[in-house]
Design a protein around this ligand. Structure first.
Ligand code: PHE
Length: 346
């Protein structure tokens, strides 16, 4: 029997041309076996809208695993607005497409709620919120829990500390965006040694401030831990062969180009902390505060729980000689399957 915990099956995929913006809006709902499906709204250029669709499918499946492993009563989904290359979003077009996104989400009747992701932030969530209530992380003043990058970074820091005490360790941080910069600052303050890079050259200033070494080839930097904090797909057969780190642990979604790359890392003796375990801080915090009435302190404590979840997955992998990916997926599947059995029994 196949079930929704097979990560290659999807409950619903909606792709439509936004009536206001004319831009392709894609929503993939991977699973709602554990509850309302959640996942951010990505606004990014793609060579073709079909590439955006492929990305939405993969990202939504990762959200299912992320929520399940984190013990959240949520399934996984994702929105991708696939911008044709060269599109510039002026204020008017940006509002138009965010309203298109809001209408699309509203049409799903609450089965799915969105949040910020690559290319969007709290102010965009407020605009989506003009069309639907099913949106997380609006600014605090607009009734939301605000920017999720702080809690996501807290979760990453908890995961990194679970690997080993960070003082004196050398971290190669790929990407100094909102999450990466926060992680870099905290690590520097804790006495870690940093090598960093960002596609945006102006981030060199932050690197200098933190006493970090800037390098053009961050992937092959010699380090105890590589921290992918930019776009996904960076770990491939070709890049894994060139890595010079002992461990990989960071918040970028979908770091592996395909699941089999986890085996290559394993063979090279490089420990890979599954991205969907490490990056759950944002969703843990936003859903806790906005849906379950958790205080800031309670939500933060749950975000720090990522350390325990990661330790469990890595211990299980080590004990049984399987990859951390396999162990974490198993954890996710077990949660989903037991929820399904409970539903069927009811
Ligand atoms: N970008 C977030 C993630 O990948 C998505 C999100 C954050 C969704 C907060 C809801 C609330 O996990």
């Amino acid at each position: 029997m196949t079930t929704a915990s097979n990560f290659d099956e999807f409950e619903r995929v909606v792709a439509r041309r936004g009536v206001r913006s004319g831009l392709p809006v894609i929503v993939a709902v991977h699973s709602s076996a554990l509850g309302q499906a959640i996942g951010g709204c990505r606004l990014a250029p793609y060579p073709d809208w079909r590439d955006g669709l492929t990305d939405a499918l993969r990202l939504s499946a990762a959200m299912t695993a992320k929520c399940a492993v984190a013990g959240l009563p949520h399934g996984g989904a994702k929105t991708v607005v696939a911008l044709p290359p060269g599109t510039t979003l002026d204020t008017g077009l940006r509002r138009a497409v965010l309203h298109d996104v809001g209408d699309t989400i509203e049409s799903l009747g609450g089965d799915y709620a969105t949040g910020p992701d690559v290319g969007t932030g709290p102010d965009d969530m407020a605009v989506i919120g003009e069309r639907t209530d099913h949106v997380f992380c609006r600014p605090v003043g607009a009734g939301g829990s605000g920017d999720s990058s702080g809690p996501t970074a807290e979760g990453v820091l908890a995961a990194l500390a679970a690997l080993a005490p960070v003082a004196g360790r050398r971290f190669a941080i790929m990407g100094l965006g909102r999450v990466g910069a926060h992680v870099a600052r905290e690590l520097a303050a804790s006495g870690a040694e940093l090598v960093v890079n960002d596609v945006d050259d102006s981030r060199r200033q932050l690197a200098a401030e933190l006493g970090a070494t800037w390098t053009d080839d961050i992937l092959t930097a010699e380090a105890d831990v590589l921290v992918p904090a930019a776009l996904g797909g960076v770990l491939t057969a070709a890049t894994v062969a060139r890595l010079r780190c002992a461990e990989i642990c960071g918040p970028a979604n979908n770091q592996l180009d395909r699941p089999a790359t986890a085996d290559l890392l394993h063979e090279r003796g490089i420990l890979w902390a599954p991205d969907f375990v490490v990056s759950a801080g944002g969703v843990i915090h936003a859903t806790g505060v906005e849906l379950r009435g958790e205080t800031e302190a309670e939500a933060t404590a749950r975000v720090r729980g990522i350390a325990g979840t990661l330790t469990r997955a890595l211990d299980s992998a080590r004990r049984r000689g399987i990859t951390p990916l396999a162990a974490a997926h198993e954890l996710a599947r077990a949660r989903i399957d037991s929820a399904r059995q409970a539903t069927m029994a009811a």
